[in-house]
Structure formats: C-alpha cells, structure tokens
Design a protein around this ligand. Structure first.
Ligand code: FES
Length: 148
C-alpha cells in the first residue's frame, strides 16, 4: 500500500516557533497523485538511516575522526555516514546525530560505535548512556516516539 505524506508549516509573527505537521493518509482514488509525494509502505521498505559525525574543532580533539572512520565501516545501502561541520554541541563532543530518527549522541568514542550500530540501527533502541541529555531527557518518551 502507498501513502501520501504532506507537510503543513504554521508560523506567526508573534512566535518564532514553527510547527510542522505531518499527515499520513492511505492513497485513494481521491488523493492527489504527485510523483514526489508517493512513498511506499514502510513495512515493505527497509528504513534508511543517516549518521552525521561532527568533525569540527572541539569534537576533533576527542577522536571524532576515529569515530567517523568506525561508523564508515558499517555504511551501506541502508546506512549513510557522513562528516559534518559543527552541530552546535561543542562542549559534549564528539557529537553524533542519527536521522531521520533525530537522535543525538554525545561523547561518543570509537569503541561505542559497534553498540550504536547494533542497538540503534539494527534493533531500533537508542543507546541510553550515550544520549545527549539536552535533546533526550526522557528515554521512554524517545522510545515511544521512535516506535509510533
Ligand atoms: S565542534 Fe562538534 S558539535 Fe561543535
């Protein structure tokens, strides 16, 4: 089954916040058919992940080059790995971000990479001890979000 994914973005002059709302609805005869909007059923298509590893100054001081090299060993069709510029979390590097889950890890060391790959990428459970507390103060809430 195919779905249509639409994004609505709200903004106001009073608030700088923007709210993006995703609507996922089954494709029917009444649904507009735009090639770019058609996405396959997620059960039929493996999830593609994208890992960014900061390579800017602060993170480089704490082995982020070795962390990036370790992640690249696992790169493939369903896992893209890339260096990034500063991700804005310099005090807690090396910083790693996993998309589209939008999970942030901090103080990742080369020896942590295999754990992130096994638990997060393969099993869908983020590695609690490496989560950035600023983004993920509540582990259960994060799990609920990823499993919804
Ligand atoms: S230097 Fe890595 S997050 Fe800023």
């Amino acid at each position: 089954m195919c779905y249509v994914r639409s994004y609505l973005v709200f903004s106001s002059n009073d608030q700088t916040k923007r709210l993006a709302l995703m609507i996922k609805q089954p494709l029917s005869a009444n649904t507009p058919r735009l090639m770019g909007d058609l996405i396959p059923d997620s059960a039929a298509t493996p999830k593609r992940q994208f890992i960014q590893v900061c390579q800017y100054r602060s993170c480089r001081r704490f082995q982020s080059a070795a962390v990036l090299a370790a992640f690249k060993q696992y790169a493939g069709a369903d896992l893209m790995v890339s260096a990034s510029s500063c991700l804005g979390q310099c005090g807690s590097g090396p910083t790693v971000r996993v998309a589209p889950d939008n999970v942030w890890y901090c103080r990742v060391l080369p020896q942590d990479v295999a754990t992130v790959i096994e638990q997060h990428i393969h099993q869908g459970k983020p590695v609690k001890r490496l989560l950035h507390p600023r983004f993920h103060p509540d582990y259960q809430r994060l799990l609920d979000r990823l499993q919804s």
